[in-house]
Every structure is written in structure tokens, then in C-alpha cells.
Design a protein around this ligand. Structure first.
Ligand code: MSP
Length: 527
């Protein structure tokens, strides 16, 4: 594992309020950032908003606002939402900030000087919502955007172009590195759909609207929003600025693992064009471009016209952060598309958080109170096969979890933890502490059982800490831990010996299925 980690989300278009899809990506990045920090990796986590482009300009005009007024309002709402969700980002970049604009202008000038960019004429199709250029073949006879399916507009204008073929071969070397683009299916999609058919030079300026970063060498042009946006990943770190210490620490350095989290809808820009821009700037490549799936509803992709866009707020207000985070990481296999259904949402909480984990914590700690006056017995080696097996299981789970998390297989890693919790519940059923407690002879065995269970509660809570950000500390507290807990403490089998438990409340309350289904149906629509 590298010493440092730089993790980013896409910078979102503030062309509407944040919905559950944006929230999903941000929460996953937050879980990765918290996991890395938990493991002692120095981590920098960036998110932000992508504020230029034709769509923003059009939206602002419709409301009678200047584009700046318009984006100021929505960017503030994004920031408020992330605060409420306790997202642990270290910075929030906005592409209308001076610190970003300066870098984009300089990069553009440098590309011009190097001959990477030339002036030509663009003739083709443009999708405003996706801010993407397409060819005749790509839009087909119906003239629809291949990404979002909406009608495209004919564009014919003088434009600057980036010479893609100059960098394609060099970039392909990185592209072929294992896990550079992940999952593998996304990598093949890029190769087959875009690279193999031949890559046209990319149009990197627009003249038909003005809401963008003006090109000082030719002021009737503004920088194409995707070139502008991708640069956020380095402008936020102070690239080309007087103080570039963050850039040196979190980009220009082999000790740092750079992870870009992106949705499947924008993988083309991140896996093909961004590496080329970096090459042209003579900068290192990210380690991983992780393409996560899209969150849909039963009636397909979330869209305003279908009226099926889900607002995160009502879910947080009623169920809290842990439940939403847990549901998203566990139910939507990270890297695949997933469908949000209220039924599964409620079931996941009831089955996993209430019955499995919450129940283990509450009932076992109550047993320790009853049998040992609330003092956790000392850890001893397993007496019988079943006891040795559960002790081994703890270590196996820790190493599987770490391997999966390091590989960004977040859903599978979470599942491993839950399997351990489930095994602990079964262990209790098999050992029947209530029967052992009936006879003085079994006191040593009872002590061992309860210390094993306390240890599993401790370990699983530490492994779930990046997800259950509201409750993990409560559980450490219930266990009587008073000092600051470190991740490596889970390897110390005697860490909990003789600690005195504190009183504990029910961690997660059982949800009434019918009532909650009604609540969700009545409230989650984004307005
Ligand atoms: N502004 C560009 C990104 C520039 S990054 C240099 C953009 N913005 S966006 O607002 O459309 O957000 C895109 C990202 O939001 C997706 O790539 C994805 O990470 C997230 N999601 C938006 N809708 C989503 C779902 N329905 N489901 C999951 N994630 C979704 O594209």
C-alpha cells in the first residue's frame, strides 16, 4: 500500500440539485477516503462542481439569472448537502474560481505553444446536456446522442483541436496496465467503441456561447468544458501556482496512489482524453480510474422527464447516514449498475443492520453484563474446534477485507464483514452461553465465548467504521474503550481484556415495512 492517497469524485454539473446518483458516488469516495485514513494512509479527498458550458448558460437564462448567480446558488446547495452527509472531503473545487481559471488558461497556452492544439473548423453534432461532440455515424439517422439518447444539435464553427493521435500510442501503454481502468468490461468498451475505430482529434473550444474560460490568444473562443473540467484534479492541488506543495505531495510523487472515481457515463473522457492531456503536460498518470455503475429506479435511468429522480434528503432525514451508506455499498455492487428499490432498502437495514450486526452488539453486551458484571473476560485460545475456528475466522476476515478494499471491491469487502458477524451469531446459538452459565464448571468456557464475541464486535465495528460513521464510536464506547482506537488494535487479541462495558442503547431500530414503504413512496421524488 502506498503512503498517500489522492481520491477524487467527478465534479458535478450544478445544473440541478444533487440527487441520489451524485450522492452515491460521493459516499463511495468518502468510504474509500475514510478506509485509507483508517489504515494510516495520508489521504486527500477532492470533490466539486463543473460550472461552465452551454447547458449552464441556457439554464441561467431561462431563470433570468447570470450564469454566475445561477451556479453560486446550486454549488452552495451541493456543499451544504455534503456537509450534512458528513462527507470528509478536504477541498471543494469550483471551476469558476480564479485558482482554476488561471491554470486552465496556462495549460491551453502551453498546448498551443507545443503544437498540441491547432485551429480548424468543426462540423458535426453537439449534445448540450452531455457537452459532447459526435460524428454523423455516431448520432445515426435520428440524430440522437449515443450517451444520453437526447436530440443533438448541428454545430459548425471555427474551433481549436487537440491532436489525439500524437499521444494515443503512449497513452495506450498505461491503458493496458492491469486495473488502470476498472472494471475490465469498461476498458474493453473504450477500446472497441472508441479507440479501435480510430480517434478523431478532439474539439477543445467553442464560439457559439460565452460561458466558459476565454482563450486569451483568441478571445472569441472559450475552452471546451471537458478540457476545463478535467484540469480540476490538478488545479485544486495548486498545479502551476505559487504554492504547489499539495501538488508535489499528492500528484507529482510516486508514493501516492491516485484514484479517480467516475460514473460509466463519463469514462470516455477520463480514460482516453485525460491521460493524453496529462502526457502532453508531462505529468504522471493516475493509478486507477474506477468506473462505478449507475443507480437506476425500477423504471430505468433517473431522469427529470420520467419524474423518477430520487432525492437523498428524505432518506437521510428518516433513516440517518449509516443506513443510507450501508445500503448503497452493500446492495449496489460497486462497479455494476444497480436499481434502488424501497423494498430492498428496508430489507437490507432490517436484515443486516438490525438483525445481524445490531443484534449481535446488543444481545452479547447484555450477556456480558449479566454473567460478568459488565467486565469483558480475558482472551484465551479456543478450547474446542468450534472456538478455534471462530478465532481463525476473525483473522481471515481481516485479511480478506483488506485485500478487497485495497482493490476497491467495496461491496464484497462489506459482505465479508457481515459474514463474520453472521458467524458470530451462529456461534452464540451453538455455544448457548445461557446454558453454560447455569453451572460453575463451565465458567472458563463461558468466559472464552464472551471474549470471542466481544472481539468480533470490536473487529467488525472497526472494519465497518468507514461506513457506519454515526454509530461506530458508540460501539467502541459501549465496549468501554476510553483511549483513541487505532486500526492496528484489532490485531491485539488482548485489547479488550477486563474493560468495563458502558450502558448501551439499541443501535438500529427495526423498520416497519409497510409504514416505511409508504413513507419512501410519498417522499423521495426530487422536485
Ligand atoms: N461535470 C461532469 C464531470 C466532470 S469530471 C471532470 C459530469 N457531471 S454530472 O453532474 O453529470 O455528474 C456525473 C457523475 O455523477 C457521474 O459520472 C456519476 O459519478 C454521478 N452520477 C450522476 N448520475 C448518477 C446515477 N444515476 N447513478 C450513479 N451515479 C451518477 O458529468
Amino acid at each position: 500500500m502506498k503512503k498517500r492517497c489522492y481520491i477524487t469524485t467527478p465534479i458535478y454539473y450544478p445544473s440541478g440539485n444533487a440527487h441520489l446518483g451524485h450522492t452515491y458516488c460521493t459516499i463511495m469516495a468518502d468510504i474509500i477516503a475514510r478506509y485509507k485514513r483508517n489504515r494510516g494512509v495520508e489521504t486527500y479527498f477532492l470533490t466539486g462542481t463543473d460550472e461552465h458550458g452551454q447547458k449552464i448558460q441556457n439554464n441561467a437564462e431561462k431563470l433570468g439569472l447570470t450564469p454566475q448567480q445561477y451556479v453560486d446558488g446550486i454549488a452552495a446547495k451541493f456543499q451544504d448537502l455534503w456537509k450534512e452527509l458528513k462527507i470528509s472531503n478536504d477541498d471543494f473545487i469550483r471551476t469558476t474560481q480564479e485558482r482554476h481559471i488561471k491554470v486552465v488558461s496556462e495549460v491551453f497556452s502551453r498546448f498551443l505553444k507545443q503544437g498540441d492544439i491547432y485551429l480548424g473548423n468543426y462540423e458535426g453534432w453537439y449534445c448540450v446536456p452531455c457537452e459532447s461532440f459526435w460524428t454523423n455515424v455516431q448520432v445515426g439517422e435520428d440524430h440522437l446522442c449515443p450517451d444520453c439518447g437526447r436530440p443533438v444539435n448541428k454545430a459548425r464553427e471555427e474551433s481549436y483541436f487537440f491532436k489525439c493521435n500524437k499521444y494515443l500510442d503512449i497513452v495506450l501503454e498505461d491503458f493496458e496496465k492491469p486495473k488502470f481502468v476498472f472494471p475490465e468490461s469498461r476498458k474493453n468498451e473504450m477500446l472497441n467503441n472508441f479507440i479501435k475505430p480510430g480517434l478523431d482529434d478532439l474539439c477543445v473550444s467553442r464560439t457559439s456561447f460565452s460561458w466558459g474560460i476565454q482563450i486569451k490568444e483568441n478571445p472569441k473562443h472559450v475552452v471546451y468544458v471537458w478540457l476545463d473540467a478535467l484540469i480540476n484534479y490538478i488545479s485544486a492541488l495548486g498545479y502551476l501556482s505559487d504554492d504547489d506543495s499539495l501538488f508535489k505531495k499528492f500528484w507529482d510523487n510516486d508514493d501516492v496512489e491516485i484514484i479517480h472515481l467516475v460514473g460509466a457515463d463519463i469514462s470516455r473522457f477520463h480514460t482516453i482524453y485525460w491521460p493524453m492531456f496529462l502526457k502532453a503536460l508531462n505529468l504522471r498518470q493516475p493509478d486507477r480510474i474506477f468506473v462505478h455503475g449507475l443507480l437506476m429506479t425500477k423504471d430505468g435511468k433517473m431522469s427529470k422527464s420520467k419524474g423518477n429522480v430520487i432525492a437523498p434528503q428524505p432518506l437521510i432525514d428518516r433513516y440517518g447516514l449509516d443506513c443510507l451508506r450501508y445500503y448503497l455499498i452493500r446492495e449496489i455492487n460497486f462497479g455494476s449498475d444497480g436499481v434502488f428499490t424501497p423494498e430492498q432498502f428496508i430489507e437490507r437495514i432490517n436484515v443486516d443492520l438490525v438483525n445481524n450486526y445490531g443484534n449481535l452488539v446488543n444481545r452479547s453486551l447484555n450477556m456480558i453484563k449479566k454473567y460478568f458484571d459488565g467486565v469483558i473476560p480475558q482472551y484465551v485460545e479456543g478450547i474446542k474446534e468450534i472456538d478455534k475456528a471462530i478465532q481463525d475466522e476473525v483473522l481471515k476476515t481481516i485479511s480478506k477485507y483488506e485485500e478487497l478494499m485495497d482493490d476497491l471491491k467495496l461491496s464484497e469487502a462489506t459482505n465479508e464483514v457481515m459474514l463474520l458477524v453472521d458467524k458470530a451469531n451462529k456461534y452464540i446459538q451453538a455455544k448457548e452461553p445461557w446454558t453454560l452459565a447455569k453451572s460453575e464448571e463451565n465458567i472458563d468456557e463461558l468466559k472464552m465465548v464472551m471474549s470471542n464475541i466481544a472481539r468480533i464486535i470490536f473487529v467488525s465495528t472497526m472494519l465497518l467504521k468507514p461506513i457506519i460513521i454515526e454509530n461506530y464510536n458508540k460501539v467502541f464506547n459501549y465496549l468501554g474503550i476510553e483511549k483513541e482506537v487505532k486500526y492496528k488494535d484489532i490485531l491485539d487479541v488482548h485489547y479488550l481484556d477486563n474493560l468495563k462495558l458502558k450502558d448501551c442503547d439499541i443501535l438500529y431500530k427495526r423498520l416497519n415495512v409497510n409504514e416505511e414503504l409508504q413513507y419512501i413512496k410519498d417522499n423521495i421524488k426530487q422536485v
